[in-house]
Design a protein around this ligand. Structure first.
Ligand SMILES: [Zn+2]
Length: 330
């Protein structure tokens, strides 16, 4: 932890007057929770309250390592942030909450998809909200974030402009380009049919979704996500055996978490463990084993990506088009 703190201090861009580094953290606490028939739980109190207590404790202890966790990446769960604010970990600094960009985008897209089943919107309007337009809504937000982030303006100015862009996206996608800016609206788009006057109910819902997203324009400009925390959690899940076997008793859970952290940070857990304990490198066989594992992992990732590409690409040798003969009708 000390070494990690020094590394963070070196990399931090903001330092307080008394030499403490202001850093951004994600808090995605997990607690070993398992239940049997009699609802046994390895802790007293609910698992979420234990998570929160652990996170608050972490904030309070950060100054021991010369760190101040000034920004927290959250994913819509406001109780963690509320608890941190109430515990006032730092006398002069208020911890700022930043919503995870991935979660914001997923929520926005999910809400737009739900509108296709919303009974309060007339059917003819729902038909206009096809998958192409749903995708355009999402892509337009991403493009606006990218454009505004790259601009050389004050942060507050970027947030304000992004807010305006997001609020205009539904109109732009449905053909009303009266308030569009040139950077995302090409002249040929302006020739589209304007559907906006005919979709009053749908538009109201889309604007409400856009406004919920635009409210977090500041978080979108920060463009932070919780991916690393989620990846670590999946590694921990592997080491603690998911919920299949009860490893939660005594110190086993903590030990398994430490092992997961080593595996996550180094990628070579057996090698690192052996070297730390015996101060010697392990035999070549161990290195070979972990090399093989890593290569296999990389291979699997590549293969997956490739397979997904094949789905998207229409291959002329497969599918409907290949069954049609090249001959003319006569
Ligand atoms: Zn437009």
């Amino acid at each position: 932890m000390k070494a990690a703190a020094v590394e963070e201090t070196d990399k931090a861009t903001e330092i307080t007057k008394n030499g403490k580094a202001l850093i951004t953290v994600t808090a995605d606490a997990r607690w070993s929770k398992r239940s049997y028939k009699n609802n046994y739980s390895s802790l007293a109190g609910s698992s979420s309250s234990m998570e929160q207590a652990a996170i608050v404790e972490g904030f309070k202890k950060s100054e021991e390592y010369n760190l101040i966790y000034s920004k927290l990446i959250a994913d819509g769960d406001s109780s963690t942030y509320k608890n941190i604010l109430e515990s006032r970990p730092y006398p002069n600094i208020i911890v700022q909450k930043i919503e995870c960009s991935n979660h914001l985008m997923r929520n926005f897209n999910g809400k737009n998809i739900m509108l296709c089943k919303d009974k309060s919107i007339p059917l003819n309007q729902q038909k206009l909200l096809n998958s192409e337009r749903i995708n355009r809504l999402r892509i337009a937000v991403r493009a606006a974030v990218r454009f505004r982030r790259a601009q050389n303006y004050l942060f507050t100015e970027k947030v304000k402009n992004l807010h305006k862009d997001i609020m205009n996206i539904p109109k732009h996608v449905f053909g009303d380009h009266s308030d569009c800016e040139d950077y995302y609206c090409s002249p040929e788009k302006k020739l589209e049919i304007d559907n906006v006057p005919n979709i009053r109910e749908l538009m109201a819902s889309l604007i409400s979704n856009a406004s919920a997203l635009a409210y977090h324009a500041q978080s979108l400009i920060y463009k932070l996500n919780k991916n690393r925390a989620e990846q670590l959690n999946s590694v921990i899940a592997k080491y603690v055996g998911g919920k299949r076997i009860n490893y939660a008793l005594k110190n086993s859970y903590a030990l398994r978490c430490y092992a997961a952290v080593v595996a996550f940070n180094t990628g070579t857990p057996i090698y690192t463990l052996y070297k730390t304990i015996s101060k010697k490198s392990p035999s070549a066989a161990v290195k070979k084993l972990e090399d093989c594992k890593r290569k296999a992992n990389n291979k699997r990732k590549l293969w997956k990506a490739k397979r997904r590409l094949n789905f998207v690409k229409e291959n002329i040798d497969y599918g409907e088009s290949c069954q049609k003969p090249d001959m003319t009708n006569d």
